[in-house]
Design a binder for this molecule. Structure first.
Ligand code: EPU
Length: 343
């Protein structure tokens, strides 16, 4: 384990904004994680866990130890010929794991193809797309406690996975480092194609011949059309969460905006489309020189080149204010904001 100082993080961040870490270390094993935590404790450094850097916006430099998880390994723990449990080290690239699982004929992850980031981040915010969330395929995860170095296994219930939420973003924030995740896969899992755009993409394939790979290819095609590739145009996917409101509030909004896209949830709640709210507030394709709002998906903020994290955050705040003024809805960022007071 080698701690480096004053390391430029920008190439590890999908937003490609400038950010230095005063201390930085890459870890490959659980032992490395423990050593890094001890180093931070002894030197009284704040820590930040970095996976693929695809869901973070740095507002400024980080004074502390950035621990980048680089562990690799995919292990089949159970295989009864149809169903499997597969444990994956946190530093594995998510999409590469999805492709590997498809090559092996393992179903369950096809709707989650092409999501940027590492395996360790997938339960952190219960990533989801095209009708599937990590919680649908999650078995357990193992994490190391920051204060003690102990390894603990968390089951589904303990992780409290919700819409882009988990216990690690709430009650246990900053207390655990996720080191591996186990998924339940199934060679014969039912294909989930009800999301409208998937149906369109697969319409010319015979339903009886449809495979997990066909669904993944449809998802990859849709994502490539709608979402900018972070290697080409800096971004962190959806910048905001889709807001969830009470049915009564939705009903009064619907009177003024009958076309408002919405999804009825349990418990008298309704999920609205942040992309629609932002687009109809006039922001889609908005350009501020170095940065702006993506032209095909208003939920995605982009760095055209040379933007700082603070500039992008300032645009995000302007969008939140304008949606609040028009619809009385407070948008919440989905991307983690990394901001340190510089005093
Ligand atoms: N919409 C607009 N304008 C836009 C974008 C969307 O009017 O600029 C409308 C669409 O017409 C549609 C509705 O909003 O009626 C929903 O749009 P879409 O299906 O594109 O999905 P989304 O709600 O915008 C969510 C996830 C995405 C995920 C897609 C597909 C969140 C915050 N975002 O986006 O996740 O890929 O569904 O399942 O839940 C991510 O988290 O980074 C991400 C890309």
């Amino acid at each position: 384990m080698k701690v480096e100082t004053h390391v430029d993080l920008s190439s590890s961040l999908s937003f490609h904004v400038p950010a230095l870490a005063t201390h930085y270390v890459q870890v490959d094993t659980d032992e490395d994680v423990r050593d890094a935590l001890l180093y931070a404790q002894r030197n009284r450094l704040e820590i930040l866990i970095l996976g693929g850097g695809s869901n973070m916006l740095f507002h400024n430099d980080f004074q502390g130890l950035v621990i980048q998880i680089n562990s690799k390994g995919i292990h089949v723990l159970i295989d009864d010929g149809r169903r499997l449990e597969v444990a994956v080290e946190a530093g594995e690239d998510w999409h590469e794991f999805v492709l590997k699982s498809l090559e092996n004929g393992w179903g369950g992850l096809e709707n989650l193809a092409l999501i940027p980031g590492c395996v360790g981040a997938t339960p952190m915010q219960n990533i989801g797309a095209y009708g599937v969330e990590i919680k649908d395929v999650f078995s357990w995860l193992e994490a190391i406690e920051v204060s003690t170095g102990l390894l603990k296994r968390f089951n589904l219930k303990e992780c409290k996975l919700g819409y882009r939420e988990s216990v690690f973003k709430r009650e246990l924030k900053g207390e655990w480092v996720i080191v591996r995740v186990a998924y339940r896969l199934d060679r014969e899992s039912t294909l989930k194609t009800s999301y409208g755009s998937i149906e369109n993409e697969i319409s010319d394939i015979n339903k009886n011949e449809l495979t997990h790979l066909d669904v993944a290819n449809a998802v990859i095609k849709i994502r490539n059309q709608k979402l900018p590739n972070p290697n080409v145009l800096g971004n962190a996917g959806s910048f905001f969460k889709n807001p969830i409101v009470k049915e009564a509030d939705f009903n009064s909004l619907k009177e003024g905006y009958p076309d408002m896209p919405h999804y009825i949830l349990e418990g008298g709640l309704v999920k609205l489309a942040a992309g629609w709210l932002i687009e109809t507030s006039g922001w889609k394709g908005h350009h501020r020189g170095t940065h702006g709002v993506h032209e095909h998906q208003a939920l995605v903020l982009v760095n055209h080149g040379g933007a700082t994290g603070q500039e992008i955050w300032s645009l995000a705040q302007d969008i939140m204010l304008s949606v609040k003024e028009k619809y009385s809805i407070q948008l919440e960022p989905e991307v983690n904001q990394i901001s340190m007071s510089t005093t």
